[in-house]
Design a binder for this molecule. Sequence first.
Ligand SMILES: [Zn+2]
Length: 274
Amino acid sequence: MKPIRWLSCLVAGAALLSPFCGAQAGAPQLKTGAPGYYRMMLGDFEITALSDGTVDLEMATLLTNTTAAKVKAALTRSFLKDPVETSVNGFLVNTGEKLILIDAGAGALFGPTLGKLAASLVAAGYQPEQVDEIYITHMHPDHVGGLSSGDKLAFSNAIVRADKREAAYWLSQANLDKAPVEDKAFFRGVLAAVNPYVSADRFKPFDGSTVLTPGIRALAARGHTVGHMVYVVENKGQRLVLWGDLMHVAAVQFADPAVTIRFDADSKAAAAQR
Ligand SMILES: [Zn+2]
């Protein structure tokens, strides 16, 4: 009988017909979200997108080579409001041979709404110490902050890889010293996140577009930063290109890729890459 009662509950207007269809009184509200990951297969590779959280960004102020009115109009067309709730993600690739993380989230560097990547990784069924290698798209704090917790490696067995131009720029004490006051915290955060791997001899920079492991290659996309990379993942004839900050606001920049953002080191080059 039970399935029939349930069925009658699902029919519009039928709820009143059954005494078994009332609210489940006393069930506590759980107030937790769904775990922050999404999984798919790419050939034999398992890909897991990991949420680091979201952050509200005032796009009418941040986007450049456009006007606030144009930005607002584009956002409205996509039913978005400014500030835009912006996702920060990392991607876990299990090749069957290696577990590779692409970008590490913000850690403690970007406020309380970010820094959830490690929790998402655990929810997705893995442990941080299982990660073999971490490939960094670029060294802005919301992409590297999650590498370390204090002075400890958050991924104790991982080798971290990034383009050598990116490393030379961000890990330079001289660049920190000459950076404008408002940018110094950026540099300090990056140094704190990456240096524990440098000290442990677990940081291995590479030179431009290059194969990093069978099925994953780095592709230079310089512009947003001096050593900006995207990663091309390929298996069994399927291809996925993982990018970070090649585009910041899809609702605006798909329609007009010439729109840039204040965080771009070289706006012209960043627009060309997009
Ligand atoms: Zn960035």
